[in-house]
Write a new protein. Structure first.
Length: 179
């Protein structure tokens, strides 16, 4: 997570992207599809709202403050205020285009010194953290909702979902930078 160069625009983008993948457990295609409209404040906490995931499931994902900070650094430096969150960076260090590809994200993850594999990370973090949700063991089903990764579109009416956004378990997962 610390490897991308903060002094370069590409490094700022890569840090924000890796932070989002790690802390929010997003799939690569979900990360490249994110727009500014997805990033909203709910219950005094940032969240990715109405994200269309695998199988057409719509969900809300809590965003830790440190991830929002990394996103803010990237978006400010790139001058992005609408459209897709992640863009290509050209050879002279300028953001361009309307987005980036899933394959480009794969290369960024592959080049990361920690050699993270997104799907393996998603499984690991979901297994480790899902038991901390208030719904665990309360008849939710065999697949407990992993750390907010499957907060459904009815998030405004379900009290435990509101609590999960307010005090998201992905706020402190051990990969966030030291203050």
């Amino acid at each position: 997570m610390q490897a991308p160069d903060r002094g370069r625009l590409k490094g700022k983008r890569d840090r924000a992207l890796l932070a989002l993948l790690l802390a929010c457990g997003l799939r690569r295609h979900e990360a490249v599809a994110l727009t500014m409209d997805h990033l909203q404040q709910r219950e005094e906490h940032w969240a990715i709202v109405d994200l269309m995931g695998k199988g057409g499931h719509v969900r809300t994902v809590p965003v830790p403050d440190w991830v929002k900070s990394e996103l803010g650094v990237w978006l400010g430096a790139a001058g992005i205020d609408r459209g897709r969150l992640f863009r290509r960076v050209n050879k002279v260090g300028k953001a361009w285009g309307e987005g980036m590809t899933v394959k480009a994200v794969w290369h960024i993850v592959k080049e990361s010194p920690s050699a993270l594999v997104c799907q393996s990370w998603r499984r690991t973090i979901a297994t480790d953290l899902c038991s901390t949700l208030p719904c665990f063991g309360r008849g939710v089903g065999a697949d407990p909702i992993p750390f907010g990764a499957r907060l459904s579109s009815n998030h405004r009416t379900v009290p435990w979902v509101q609590a999960a956004i307010r005090s998201a378990v992905n706020d402190r997962i051990g990969v966030e930078p030291n203050p």
